[in-house]
Design a protein around this ligand. Structure first.
Ligand code: G1P
Length: 262
């Protein structure tokens, strides 16, 4: 099963990701799928078997979502890296800046993360790509793209260089790329110029380095919490945290958790 389809309480991760983009004002969503990810496409279809007399809340939200935004799909022929996945969107995107979110990461942010990135993008002149970053612990540095930058105002870094998943000793900072981006369409040319990098994949981080040299890139911190569902403990934690926000589930879950206390 694709990890984008892992359920968190009552809906798959990908639905949270689309909800987040729509909450930020996106009305045109392109999901890059691929082999073994067909379930992602099916999820956004109407499911007659789930149309019940008493509407299922998650289904009602899904309907609302598909009314507010058009969801398109394109398939990546081979899993050749994040930059290659983004290249699949070139025709769809055309010549405008666009937002990117990862299909396995939920951001709980107010305002929504893409809205925060878009505000920064405008504040900073609407010409340079903006990358969301947060401080990561030493033990996690080698799991992230890491930023070497100069802080030009609180929470805004002018990127000198980015390194994809460096060993701790070679990391230029502890600022990790969280996987949300507001990119200028020049990224597509930059992707054409890079060679396979870390893990033999076309890395978005490397393409952003091309942009950093050519037109500049900003890294910005944001308000909110990120849940990387690809990690099984975080997946479990997210389920518990989200369930505790639902009054009906909370009422039943709290006594259960108390009774489990060692
Ligand atoms: C991708 C990016 C990396 C970023 C990370 C965030 O890596 O390449 O720069 O820090 O997402 O989750 P992945 O996790 O897909 O290997």
């Amino acid at each position: 099963m694709p990890k984008e389809m892992l359920p968190v309480v009552d809906r798959p991760v990908i639905q949270y990701v689309v909800e987040e983009a729509v909450a930020a004002g996106a009305d045109d969503i392109l999901i890059v799928t691929g082999r073994t990810k067909r379930a992602v496409e099916d999820h956004f279809d109407l499911s007659p078997e789930l149309v019940t007399a008493e509407p299922i809340p998650a289904m009602v939200e899904l309907d609302r979502l598909t009314e507010r935004a058009t969801v398109h799909f394109v398939r990546q022929r081979q899993p050749k890296g994040l930059a290659d996945a983004i290249a699949c969107a070139e025709r769809h995107v055309g010549k405008e800046p666009f937002g990117v979110l990862l299909g396995d990461t939920i951001n709980v942010c107010d305002p929504p993360l893409l809205a925060q990135l878009s505000r920064r993008f405008k504040e900073l002149g609407s010409r340079k790509s903006v990358v969301a970053v947060e401080l990561v612990p030493d033990s996690k540095v080698s799991d992230y793209g890491i930023v070497d930058g100069k802080e030009v105002r609180s929470g805004v870094y002018e990127v000198r260089h980015l390194v994809e998943k460096p060993p701790l000793a070679e990391a230029p900072s502890r600022l990790g790329i969280t996987g949300a981006y507001l990119l200028t369409p020049t990224i597509f040319d930059a992707i054409r110029q890079i060679e396979p990098g870390r893990n033999g994949e076309l890395q978005l981080t490397d393409a952003l380095n091309v942009l950093a040299e050519r037109e500049g890139v900003y890294a910005v911190t944001f308000d909110g919490v990120r849940y990387d569902i690809g990690d099984r403990f975080i997946w479990l934690k997210t389920n518990l945290e989200f369930a505790l926000k639902d009054p009906e589930l909370r009422e039943r879950l709290v006594p259960l958790l108390r009774s489990l206390r060692p």
